[in-house]
Design a protein around this ligand. Sequence first.
Ligand code: CA
Ligand code: CA
Ligand code: CA
Ligand code: CA
Length: 122
Amino acid sequence: MVDCDGDGVTDADEIAAGTDPNDACSYNVADVTVVVTSTVDCDGDGVTDADEVNGPDGDPTTPDGTDPTDACDYLDGAATVPATSMGDCDGDGVTDADEINGPDGDPTTPDGQIVMTPVIMM
Ligand SMILES: [Ca+2]
Ligand SMILES: [Ca+2]
Ligand SMILES: [Ca+2]
Ligand SMILES: [Ca+2]
């Protein structure tokens, strides 16, 4: 049950399905049976395929992940790598890459967001 490219689909299943067992961006999401270990972000939304397919609970067999082939389908705040998608999912004229990455190009820093610090009344 080896999965050489780490996309969560075993080599045997990939060969049977006609996808490339050595290309972590070539697989059918429906064929994922093991935990995704690749570090690629195939759709460019800044969320790795592993995070999208495995989902918050880390189990790829439960359908709580987002679509790793749809740059408009991702969880806010889940981006860990710079987004490369030049699409504009919400149609506001700013590319997804610019929206996700922010001015410094790093999606893990909260630039552009106003962080409210709770005031604790003693
Ligand atoms: Ca594979
Ligand atoms: Ca593959
Ligand atoms: Ca992605
Ligand atoms: Ca996605």
